[in-house]
Structures are given as structure tokens and as C-alpha cells.
Design a binder for this molecule. Structure first.
Ligand SMILES: [Zn+2]
Length: 84
């Protein structure tokens, strides 16, 4: 019985990790607005979930001042150092 519970917990954990990475992969890349390509700003009315996601390095809550788009974005991970 305990083994079944452990297996179910492992399956749920891997499913949620896959779902989160799939969700993050579909987000637009910051800081360009997906509608008008203007550089977006950090959303002022970000909730606690948005702040938690941003702190974990996931999605950042951002908004566009030009066209009014608002949503979550992901930051692209740097593959090279900038000091060259
Ligand atoms: Zn825009």
C-alpha cells in the first residue's frame, strides 16, 4: 500500500514538473511585447503568485505600455557571458 502511494506521488511530481516546463516554454520571451515588439515593463499590480514565480526564475509578470498587453513572460537563459 505504501509503495502505491509513493509511486502515485512520484507520478504526480513528474507530471507537474513536465506541465510547468511545458507552460514556461510556451510563454513569450521577455522583454519584447508579443504584439508590438516594444520593450515591456514589470507589471505594477503583480500578485503574490507572480512574485513567487519571478523569484523562482520562472515567469515574470509584465505589461506593455504601448498596446496594453499584459501577461507572463520568460527570460531567456544566457548561453555566453556578456563580458567579451
Ligand atoms: Zn505591446
Amino acid at each position: 500500500m505504501t509503495l502505491v502511494i509513493i509511486l502515485l506521488a512520484l507520478a504526480a511530481a513528474s507530471a507537474s514538473a513536465w506541465g510547468l516546463s511545458h507552460y514556461l516554454g510556451r510563454l513569450p520571451v521577455a522583454p519584447q511585447c508579443p504584439c508590438c515588439r516594444t520593450v515591456t515593463d514589470r507589471r505594477r499590480t503583480a500578485g503574490s503568485v507572480d512574485l513567487l514565480l519571478a523569484r523562482l526564475g520562472g515567469a515574470a509578470a509584465r505589461e506593455c505600455r504601448r498596446c496594453g498587453w499584459a501577461g507572463r513572460m520568460r527570460w531567456r537563459v544566457a548561453t555566453q557571458s556578456a563580458g567579451r
